[in-house]
Design a protein around this ligand. Structure first.
Ligand SMILES: [Fe+2]
Length: 404
């Protein structure tokens, strides 16, 4: 159903319709319906974040104080709804709603839709379109994932990325969603309706934090709109044979740099992640992973690792602070590839004796420099293909199973 059809269905109170779950069916030429101009309660698509083996988290923007719930139906004929939060409230909010779904089995195919009800004035209730979702499946023989980085609110880039990126088991938005958070009102459209698109349709998304995502007076509100499996900005999961660590590399200058105005404490967060890594790499799920990948915004390695003069505009192209904190655990886990962005310049740095993990870096925010990564894993190999928007392959990396 295209967007016009979707709006009409809402207008007549239709209970939504089943989407194909594929990307091809999406109307790609329609611009975003500007929030506030539609009269609708929901100001963004239903966004699926932090996919897990037992569920997912659903977020969407609202224009006024609303109650919300999620309805689900599964391929086996069962159905249900989620209409309560951890504190016994029905989900409600004035700017957005956020609902965590749990209790499903790995690999369960679901369709989800949001139901939004106005609290004030005449009774109004809206349904989103049904959105297909499959819980992560650590036991699957294969998996596909996709990655973007450094979109920096470039509308054309986001729209074209959305057109060319296929459906996937999970999608990583690998940091720098914004150009610093100077205005609070930019948070919801940037994160829940980027480029006016429904970017989690067919690809539930994990957001990995970039250095621009933590900048600006309103950055401290961003965690409200970023779901993670653990509630922290670092976490681990399995999808098929791939073990994934998502890490937060923080800023690209020391915490006491005057430009941060005392707002950040990433040395502490890096040390917390170091301690957590020691534990998580020992879990059976991570130990059994045949392929081992880290996503972090700032690379842990770079082609020029010379020291920076922070007082004269210097900044880190690679996060030496993060690498120093994490290298031991990552090496013990036998991580194979670190996938990053940040430099706005693509690179593939193969493993060497002192750094036994490759470093793959995606491109920048302009359409000419933007890239997207596709990862496909089966029993034989994990193939990472980095492409430009026109389809040109920039790097293709094949990884053999750990111990294989
Ligand atoms: Fe960036």
């Amino acid at each position: 159903m295209d967007r016009r059809g979707f709006v009409q269905a809402l207008a007549v109170g239709a209970a939504g319709s089943v989407t194909s779950g594929g990307r091809a069916a999406e109307a790609v030429s329609s611009p975003a319906v500007p929030a506030g101009d539609t009269g609708r309660l929901a100001t963004t698509p239903l966004v699926l974040q932090a996919p897990r083996a037992d569920g997912v988290e659903a977020l969407w923007g609202v224009r006024e104080r609303c109650l919300g719930r999620i309805e689900w139906r599964s391929a086996d004929g069962t159905s249900g709804g989620v209409r309560s939060d951890a504190f016994g409230f029905n989900p409600q909010g004035t700017r957005f709603l956020r609902i965590r779904l749990s209790g499903f089995k790995p690999g369960t195919v679901l369709e989800l839709r949001s139901v939004t009800s106005a609290v004030e004035g005449s009774a109004r209730e809206e349904f989103s379109e049904w959105k297909r979702f499959r819980t992560l499946d650590p036991g699957a023989r294969q998996t596909r994932f996709t990655v973007w980085n450094d979109t920096h609110v470039n509308q054309e880039t986001i729209q074209r990325l959305d057109e060319v990126t296929p459906a996937s088991d999970f999608h990583i938005w690998n940091g720098d969603t914004c150009n610093d958070w100077h205005r609070e009102e930019d948070l919801i459209p940037t994160l829940l309706n980027p480029g006016g698109r429904d970017i989690t349709r067919g690809r539930p998304m994990h957001l990995v934090w970039g250095n621009h995502d933590v900048r600006g007076a309103w950055a401290f509100r961003m965690p409200e709109l970023v779901a993670t499996p653990t509630g922290r900005p670092f976490h681990a999961f399995r999808s098929g044979p791939v073990g994934v660590l998502c890490l937060h590399t923080g800023e690209d200058k020391p915490d006491d740099h005057p430009s941060f105005r005392g707002r950040v404490a990433f040395d502490t967060l890096r040390q917390e992640q170091a301690a957590w890594l020691q534990e998580v790499i020992r879990t059976p799920e991570m130990q059994k992973a045949r392929y081992r990948v880290v996503f972090c915004h700032i690379p842990l390695r770079w082609i020029d690792e010379s020291a920076q003069d922070y007082a004269k505009g210097g900044f880190d192209r690679h996060s030496r602070r993060s690498r120093d904190a994490w290298h031991g655990a990552l090496t013990r886990w036998k991580v194979q590839v670190i996938v990053s962005g940040h430099t706005h310049r693509t690179a593939w740095i193969p493993a060497d004796r002192s750094h036994p993990y490759g470093q793959l870096v995606g491109g920048g925010p302009q359409p000419a420099s933007a890239t997207w990564l596709e990862g496909n894993a089966d029993a034989n190999a994990l193939t990472l293909t980095l492409r430009k928007l026109d389809g040109t392959v920039v790097h293709e990396v094949r990884v053999r199973p750990v111990g294989g």
